[in-house]
Write a new protein. Sequence first.
Lengths: 132, 131
Amino acid sequence: MSGPAIELILMRQLASHLVMPIFVVDPEGNLLFYNEPAERLLGRRFDEAGPMPLAEWSTGFTQRDEAGATVRAEDLPLAVALREHRPAHRTLWITGDDGVARHLGITALPLEGAGGRHLGAVAFFWSLDERP
Amino acid sequence: MIQKPIELILMRQLASYLATPIMIADHERTLLYFNPTAEAILGRRFAETQEMRLEEWMQALPLYDEMGQFIPPEERPLPTVLRERRPVHRRLRLRGSAGDLRLIEATVLPLEGQGGRHLGGVIIFWELDQP
């Protein structure tokens, strides 16, 4: 029986030590892990939520661009990194369960190991500012 | 010999496995590592450069903005992140080993551990198709 790839183990360990919100998804977009700072964005603890299918976690918040237009889920940096196997960046307004619109910078990169193994993607989030 | 913080050790290990170009510096402005994918864009091998002071690195690898204007060292993303402890994202140009100016996009993140420990910064960058 094979365990998780070393890249995913390292990514999760690193994320658990950092104060920046970090999300890790598998090649199908299922949420594998998010760290404590990311819990404040999602409004729920990972210990309680556990791994989540894409259809579930992606509906937990709404996202809009700088002009206020809704951003399709497939245009989010994580989705682009997964689909196109390349890093992606954009700024967004994201509203979570608590109703707060957060202005975020997001960079996502594919987790690709040696030999082109596609393991998923990771997204780093940071706050640009907030509005109620 | 002083042991590096666990976050830097993990970041370096992870970067060594990934296909995305990644560079790591500590908060004392030492370039600690860049991975094999970064070597291909930078035109330099880490095995040859090893760790070096950021000032030395910036002199060896000048950066330009999208329009081709030289970026003064302290206005580059990494020194900004190390100084201000906030992420920076921008498009840049660097000179490839063939002498051409290559357009890249870079996100530079501060590496901050629990308890507000400022550990350094990580550069994630990728080449864009545009000339």
